[in-house]
Design a binder for this molecule. Structure first.
Ligand code: NAP
Length: 247
């Protein structure tokens, strides 16, 4: 039976795991970094935690008898994607990347794109009330911005944050536009700072911002993984059946 390893941590990886376990004859292993206390339920086998770099991942591919790897990690999770590239060279393994398309600006959007997190932090106007949607691990560059107030949304309530003036709300996407607009209004948000993650679940805050005329500071994506890239679960399934035919 062919064994598929999905590098996950995204909604797309969850959807892919559900679709792949339904393929006749496949064994599916999903790998999570372990950042979330109660991740979304996944079918098939789940393993959690880092592999110990590219060599650790290559060793895992061998030990677990993985036949093909799909990198369905977040577009900003550049380290694990680079590790996957190296590991699949060290222990030759066919690899495909599932990457959700980036968001693109439309009429009425007031976006400024920034190349890195320090520049994003520096672009926040003094005195702003900011919905800071960049991920809890990435708040360091904002720690010095005592002149701004931040709204943070996390899946698990964090023990503490390196921000002087802030409030925390908890929630797991996808979020809808009406709820996002209500959140922005309730907290008097006048700027959003976010990563260009792409995907439907995160887009709602940008649509709400457009409707309310709120400017958005958006972090540009790192380069995509150097692998064949597809944008949908159905394209991954087609690639898997191509692999079965050629194996
Ligand atoms: P990263 O910087 O690319 O990875 C850091 C390290 O975490 C990797 O070197 C690896 O450790 C481990 N790791 C990451 N993803 C893993 C996975 N799926 N399975 C096993 N180990 C994994 O990634 P990150 O930005 O910290 O993101 C971690 C996870 O959260 C990813 O799975 C990603 O899809 C998800 N996520 C990330 C973001 C984001 O904005 N970055 C947003 C939503 C979800 P070893 O080197 O020890 O193997």
């Amino acid at each position: 039976m062919p064994r598929l390893l999905i590098l996950g941590g995204t909604a797309e990886a969850v959807a892919l795991a559900h679709a792949a376990v339904a393929l006749p004859g496949w064994q599916v292993v999903s790998s999570l970094a372990g950042r979330t206390r109660a991740p979304a339920p996944l079918p098939g086998t789940v393993r959690t935690g880092g592999f110990g770099g590219a060599e650790g991942l290559a060793h895992y591919l061998d030990e677990a008898g993985i036949d093909v790897l799909v990198d369905a990690t977040h577009p900003f999770a550049a380290r694990i994607s680079a590790n996957a590239e190296t590991a699949c060279r060290l222990r030759p393994t066919p690899r495909l990347a599932l990457v959700r398309p980036a968001w693109t600006q439309g009429p009425g959007d007031r976006w400024t794109e920034l190349p890195d997190m320090p520049e994003l932090a520096a672009a926040i106007p003094a005195g702003a009330r900011v919905f800071l949607a960049v991920g809890r691990q990435e708040l360091g560059p904002f720690a010095g911005r005592d002149d701004a107030w931040f709204l943070i949304r996390t899946i698990d309530r964090p023990p503490s944050l390196p921000l002087r003036h802030h409030a925390v709300v908890t929630g797991r996407g996808p979020f809808d536009e009406a709820a996002e607009a209500a959140l922005l209004r309730e907290h008097g948000i006048d700027v959003i700072a976010a990563k260009n993650s792409g995907g439907e679940g995160g887009r709602a805050k940008l649509v709400a911002a457009r409707r309310l005329g709120i400017p958005v500071l958006l972090l540009r994506r790192p380069d995509p993984p150097a692998a064949p890239v597809v944008a949908s679960v159905s394209a991954v399934l087609a690639w898997l059946s191509g692999w079965v035919r050629s194996a």
